[in-house]
Design a protein around this ligand. Structure first.
Ligand code: ATP
Ligand code: MG
Length: 453
């Protein structure tokens, strides 16, 4: 406002002094405007690149620090430093380019204002020479030219600040406007009573349109409370299949029904509240033990948390920690052992108490004794719940209702442990490779291997 008034006032005074001289000034204005528009665009692009590159530096730092144990274990400090330096150099280069554009912009505008003054002096000198202007008018004119040019220079400054803000805002909006792949449909319903029957109807899934199908033509009918074990070689798609139930990914073909309703028609919150997962790669948050268990059911009482920990066979080790349940476990639980982390994640699901349970290698990080204890706890937990169990050690799934063997082209076979062994196909081969000939094998030892009798 101030500069607009200043510009208008100076313009009127100058107009009163001499019309020809003001025309000289206005001759420059289109060039100045074009210059401003051109450099504003370049400045904005440079600032945007800067922000992208600083994001690159941040990603690099975060990645190196998050993987600090791997970096140290491989003694690759120098490699990480080199990676950081490369990212940092890119940022430096873009910053240099940004400053160069800024310098050209400001100094170009300053040069223009000086040129205007010089042109007025020349034109004014000519006016005095042919007596159409007197010296006093020229001097006043030159004094007011400053007042006319100052707003223009200020405008350049403001415009660069604006560009900086705008570049940041644009990047912010790019992220805010990202649409999540998976959202509630407008007609999505809330689940009321969930008994947990799940039906896969000719489900096909691939992670990306350009990649091969991970799951093909899967049809599986799971009744309420049934215990299903998923078996198959590593990478065959067991975890993927379970992720589809919680709708972490959308099926590519076919549909999944929960209690007869397509899961795409169920509110995500409601669906995910019904499914409890103990994941293969446990994720804990920094904070205390109790906060991490309570994550399963925010607002649960301390007693409920402890009861869940007892069931997950975690209570004893938690009590041995320096501050018991209030011990800080560090970022991602670095202060705990693999097995301890796993038991916390099991306690979390005990507390959540969902009707559907997915146990993805839930006891893989436990020793034989704890595994047995947790296994018993999980059996209690799984009672009356639909349960999917993924286990590599086949001895742990003998008691389930149905074993589903996944192969490269979908479900290879399914049945009970004894039924599948008798069939002598893929499951029998898998079992044999782990425990030897099932007919002659005796008790297995603590590593799940056949004991030599
Ligand atoms: N997020 C992802 N994006 C792309 N491909 C993926 C992703 N996760 C898994 N895959 C691929 O999908 C296939 C199945 O992976 P999945 O994790 O389901 O295997 P799995 O049967 O659980 O194996 P494991 O027994 O080793 O845990 C693999 O070939 C894997 O490379
Ligand atoms: Mg897996």
């Amino acid at each position: 406002m101030i500069y607009a008034v200043k510009f208008g006032g100076a313009f009127l005074i100058l107009l009163n002094i001499n019309l020809k001289l003001i025309l000289v000034v206005f001759l420059f204005l289109p060039f100045m405007a074009a210059y401003t528009v051109f450099f504003s665009g370049r400045l904005r692009a440079a600032l945007k690149r800067n922000k992208e590159h600083i994001a690159g530096v941040n990603v690099q730092v975060e990645d190196s620090l998050a993987g600090i144990r791997v970096v140290k274990a491989f003694a690759n400090d120098e490699l990480e430093k080199a990676k950081f330096a490369a990212e940092n150099d890119r940022f430096l280069e873009s910053r240099k380019a940004g400053y160069k554009t800024e310098a050209l912009f400001f100094n170009g505008m300053t040069a223009f204002t000086q040129l205007v003054t010089a042109a007025v002096v020349v034109a004014g000198g000519a006016g005095i020479a042919n007596a159409s202007l007197d010296l006093a008018d020229l001097l006043v004119f030159l004094l007011y030219i400053g007042s006319l040019m100052e707003p223009i220079q200020k405008f350049t400054h403001i415009s660069s600040q604006y560009q900086e803000g705008f570049a940041g805002f644009e990047r912010f909006m790019e992220i805010v406007e990202l649409e999540p792949d998976i959202q509630d449909s407008p007609q999505a319903v809330e689940l009321e009573e969930v008994c947990g029957s799940i039906e896969f109807k000719r489900v096909g899934f691939r992670y990306n349109e350009n990649r091969a199908y991970v799951l093909e033509d899967i049809s599986l009918d799971v009744k309420c409370g049934e215990k299903i074990a998923l078996v198959g070689t590593s990478g065959v798609g067991k975890t993927t299949l379970c992720s589809l139930i919680s709708r972490f990914y959308e099926v590519s073909e076919g549909q999944i029904l929960l209690g007869g309703i397509d899961i795409r028609e169920i509110r995500l919150q409601s669906l995910r509240r019904s499914v409890g997962i103990v994941q293969q790669d446990v994720y804990l948050f920094s904070g205390s033990v109790i906060e991490n268990i309570r994550y399963g059911k925010p607002g649960a009482s301390r007693e409920a948390v402890i009861a869940a920990a007892v069931k997950a066979n975690a209570h004893d080790f938690i009590m041995d920690l320096p501050q018991g349940y209030d011990t800080e476990i560090g970022q991602r639980g670095v202060k705990l052992s693999g097995g301890q982390k796993q038991r916390l994640s099991i306690a979390r699901v005990f507390l959540k108490d969902p009707p559907i349970l997915i146990l993805d290698e839930a006891t893989s990080a436990l020793d034989y004794e704890s595994e047995k204890a947790v296994q018993e706890a999980l059996e209690v937990l799984a009672k009356d719940r639909t349960t999917f169990i993924i286990a590599h050690r086949l001895s742990t799934i003998r008691g389930v209702d149905r074993i589903v063997v996944l192969g490269d082209h979908g479900i290879e076979e399914q049945g009970t442990h004894t039924g599948l062994l008798a069939a002598g196909c893929m499951y029998a081969r898998l079992y044999q490779s782990q425990y030897g000939d099932p007919v002659t094998s005796g008790e297995t030892d603590r590593f799940g291997k056949k004991q030599v009798i």
